[in-house]
Design a binder for this molecule. Structure first.
Ligand SMILES: [Zn+2]
Length: 202
């Protein structure tokens, strides 16, 4: 009996889709097969959008958030934000979670991860130097450490708090109330708002 195989180009798409979070082999197959039913020009447009992605979507040189064509992000450019308030996050994707809650009007700083001895990630791998520079340059009044409530996130918060202990900046962290083990990526707007409003000094 001949073993069933998808045509090679289809199999390649399935393998790419399977790399996405929450997508298993079966779902990847379904999505790839659904794409085949698109009209040709739609698939070509999708392919062109994917090609453009790494070329035009860049990271803000100030905060590390999503930006376009190496420019500053919309938040760093926006008038009316509180430029003395800085919210420190692990990942750029979390900015959207906080923005969608509309409780926060300060600026952001993306660390690019958290301290993790197991994954061999040390302070040098995180955007901590730039954090210290921005705190001085912008004369930040308060930083909110919105890091995950797990051991690594808390170790990262303590590490940063220690670095800042001689600076005249208030350091707070989100109030408890986020689901145990979950970070802001999974919280709804009201929960994020409550966690920000009830933030506490470290
Ligand atoms: Zn920015």
């Amino acid at each position: 009996m001949v073993e069933f195989k998808y045509p090679e180009a289809l199999e390649e798409i399935i393998i790419h889709l399977k790399r996405l979070p929450g997508i298993g082999r079966r779902t990847a197959e379904r999505l790839a097969l659904a794409m085949l039913k698109w009209k040709g020009e739609k698939i070509i447009a999708f392919g062109e959008s994917l090609q453009k992605l790494p070329l035009t979507v860049t990271f803000c040189p100030e905060c590390g958030g999503l930006a376009e064509n190496d420019e500053k992000c919309l938040i760093c450019q926006a008038p009316g934000r509180d430029t003395k308030l800085l919210c420190v996050l692990e990942d750029f994707s979390q900015i959207m979670s906080i923005e969608s809650s509309s409780y926060y009007k300060g600026l952001y700083h993306v660390l690019g991860g958290k301290l993790s001895p197991l994954q061999n990630r040390s302070a040098a791998d995180l955007n901590i130097d730039t954090l210290l520079q921005r705190i001085d340059k912008l004369e930040i009044r308060e930083i909110i450490l919105a890091l995950s409530p797990d051991v690594e996130g808390q170790a990262t918060a303590v590490y940063i708090a220690n670095l800042l202990k001689d600076k005249a900046v208030k350091i707070t962290r989100l109030a408890q109330g986020l689901p145990a083990g979950a970070d802001i990526s999974f919280a709804d707007a009201a929960t994020i708002g409550a966690a920000l409003t009830g933030r506490r000094n470290i």
